[in-house]
Design a protein around this ligand. Sequence first.
Ligand SMILES: N[C@@H](CCC(=O)N[C@@H](CSC=O)C(=O)NCC(=O)O)C(=O)O
Length: 278
Amino acid sequence: MEIISQNKVHGGWLKRYQHHSDVLNCDMTFTLFLPPQAEEQAVPVLYWLSGLECTDENFMQKAGAQRLAAELGMAIVCPDTSPRGTNLPGEHDSWDLGSSAGFYVDATEQPWESHYKMYSYVTKELPELITESFPVTDRKAISGHSMGGHGALICALKNPKAYSSVSAFAPISHPSDCPWGQKAFSHYLGNNKDNWAQFDACDLVAKSSSPIPILVDQGSADKFLSEQLKPEALTKACKDNDFALTLRMQPGYDHSYFFITSFIEDHLRYHGKALGLL
Ligand SMILES: N[C@@H](CCC(=O)N[C@@H](CSC=O)C(=O)NCC(=O)O)C(=O)O
């Protein structure tokens, strides 16, 4: 693992690393915020999964999360959003498939199958690397935005004991039933809808026997709301299956990081409480 950059911020350190991923079969970058408390003791970690067209840097540069994370004593890890440098056929042709659009699934189809295993990367390989390399505890929370909101939901729903808490901003709630999700799932997972259901938050809620609370913020002026995000599908799935969903419709907010920075502190406090920091 090699350090690419480091910046002191709010008494902590923002560090960017490159490492080889055996799971993704390529070199990857991630960005890590270590709060000042990490100089004295191990701290819990919030994993943040970003959306389409993002890298590991968008959240750390735009969300303004470091001030409160430093106060709470919470590390934040941002993985990249897809494998990199693999140059598969069609990988760079559109912004919603391939590069920056890994969708946090484990691909089974060619040509993606040999690299596009973002689910295993963010739930297993990267947390193991973080835990063995930095002063962090094994307590984890997870959140994300849009494609990353979908990612956060499925990671927590598939591993309810691994994460203390889960939240999302404008998640793709039901990818099997929206154009972004259908495009990604058909390429990465093939045409068998049973395989799609393994990575769809609404289907996972319907099948889960361990209900976990979910916090979602959604802007009412989000241009992707009705066609791609469909919070009403998540609301129905949670209602039908006794999941405690807190869905906060935020009037006038769009899909951008201006929306995320407006409410990130609520999410950090929510995770801080679950992680025992408040
Ligand atoms: N090119 C798109 C807009 C892309 C976009 O809004 N990306 C979002 C995530 S969308 C779902 O996963 C994002 O986080 N962008 C990075 C940023 O820093 O804002 C279009 O045509 O509208």
